[in-house]
Design a protein around this ligand. Structure first.
Ligand code: NDP
Ligand code: GDR
Length: 372
């Protein structure tokens, strides 16, 4: 019997990490994940993989480590001797990067150098393939539309600048040391596992709670921002495919379809049985509830969605639209999930969570995370 391939995933507790770990286990890989120390459990997204490990013999192991700590990365790489490394770990919130720029540079920029150096120091250049989670944020103030692998970069946040350093470090280690290293330039991808402070999940979660009377309003920043939103489940498949080619190359992954934040609100509202009419301009703009099912009928005519300038960024990325024709041509890939299906899946999952929250509150019990 041939030996299983060994994969190491940094950022395994995050959205993509969870989907990728599952995908690789399904493919028969031995999967190792890097997890940083937290004061409470934060493994909700991957807990089921632990059960599988004990019950179905699917090899999944977690290691404590941090992208800002070379010693932990070296130790883990030495122990695991991975065939493939997927570097998904990052301080991934663009707005937060303006508040924690130095930390973001350290983890998202220099962290990549640390991992690539570990490959070199341990003499794994010929064995270990490396995937870097690059981003459409590199295009920032876009120079052409749609954006492809040849579009010039113009980063607009400390996050994007750190990712630019990481992008070029990956290219440089490929050229200088012959490491099989590639960048996946992924456009926004979402799912029910998306962190609650990214705009899509913030919207589906808030509207589901509003629908059940658990929350009164939703406050957002730039409603006009345009994004190319895909499904994380489709995108992690590409991360794996990029490491299975003969030659390492960089690829844009995107749907080629663009929607505004306001469109996303409208689409999620429709899924949840609500309709908004947009009134006013700029910071005065509000989404007024004009149709609703169930108990919300009494609030028809009320403003529910508001603009809060607190969510504006010092420099904004107004528009992103990807051209993934290279991935389509060379990897035979196209996204499976449409925008409407993505929004529906997220809205349904958040509605279920909101119903659970309502039941807990209704029963008089207090679940810690729902206490308010
Ligand atoms: P998440 O924010 O959901 O997950 C990030 C992961 O990185 C978490 O597991 C987090 O741990 C971990 N992490 C953060 N800082 C460190 C650190 N210093 N050391 C070790 N681990 C750390 O992001 P996504 O899953 O959405 O994204 C995955 C990667 O892809 C990121 O690098 C992101 O920048 C990039 N990307 C994402 C896109 C998207 O639309 N989702 C698009 C393009 C690129 P913890 O759970 O403890 O916070
Ligand atoms: P982004 O995602 O910055 O594109 O980075 P996010 O969902 O945070 O913002 C998308 C757009 O929506 C606007 N926006 C808001 N954003 C948030 N978070 N909260 C709000 O209330 C709000 N209102 C409007 C933003 O200004 C922005 O224009 C994501 C991350 O996953 C990165 O790690 C990844 O690299 C890129 O996608 C591609």
């Amino acid at each position: 019997m041939s030996k299983s391939k060994v994969a190491l995933i940094t950022g395994v507790t995050g959205q993509d990490g969870a989907y990728l770990a599952e995908l690789l286990l399904d493919k028969g890989y031995e999967v190792h994940g890097v997890k940083r120390r937290t004061s409470l459990f934060n493994t909700d997204r991957i807990d089921h993989l632990f059960h599988d490990r004990h019950e179905a013999g699917r090899p999944f192991t977690l290691h404590h480590g941090d992208l800002t700590d070379s010693s932990s990365l070296l130790r883990i790489m030495q122990q695991v001797q991975p065939d493939e490394v997927y570097n998904l770990a990052a301080q991934s919130h663009v707005a937060v990067s303006f508040e924690e720029p130095e930390y973001t540079a350290n983890s998202d920029g220099v962290g990549v150098l640390r991992l690539l150096e570990a490959i070199r120091i341990l003499g794994l250049e010929k064995k270990t393939r490396f995937y870097q989670a690059s981003t459409s944020e590199l295009y920032g103030l876009v120079q052409e539309s749609p954006q492809s692998e040849t579009t010039p970069f113009y980063p607009r946040s400390p996050y994007a600048v750190a990712k630019l350093y990481a992008y070029w470090t990956t290219v440089n280690y490929r050229e200088a040391y012959g490491i099989y290293a590639c960048n996946g330039i992924l456009f926004n991808h979402e799912s029910p596992l998306r962190g609650e402070t990214f705009v899509t999940r913030k919207i589906t979660r808030a509207l589901a709670r509003i629908g059940l009377g658990l929350q009164r309003a939703l406050y957002l920043g730039n409603l006009d921002a345009l994004r190319d939103w895909g499904h994380a489940r489709d995108y992690v498949e590409m991360q794996w495919l990029m490491l299975q080619q003969e030659q390492p190359e960089d690829f844009v992954i995107a749907t080629g379809e663009q929607h505004s934040v306001r469109d996303f609100v409208n689409c999620a509202a429709e899924e949840l049985g609500m309709r908004f009419e947009w009134r006013g301009k700029g910071v005065e703009e509000v989404g007024v509830l004009v149709a609703a099912e169930g108990g919300l009928k009494t609030r028809i005519g009320e403003p529910v969605v508001h603009v809060d300038p607190r969510y504006f960024r010092p420099t904004e990325v107004e528009t992103l639209l990807g051209d993934a024709s290279k991935a389509r041509r060379k990897l035979g890939w196209s996204p499976r999930t449409s925008f409407a299906e993505l929004v529906r899946e997220m809205a349904v999952a958040d509605q279920r969570e909101a119903e659970f929250e309502q039941q807990i509150k209704g029963s008089g019990h207090k679940a810690l995370r729902y206490e308010s």
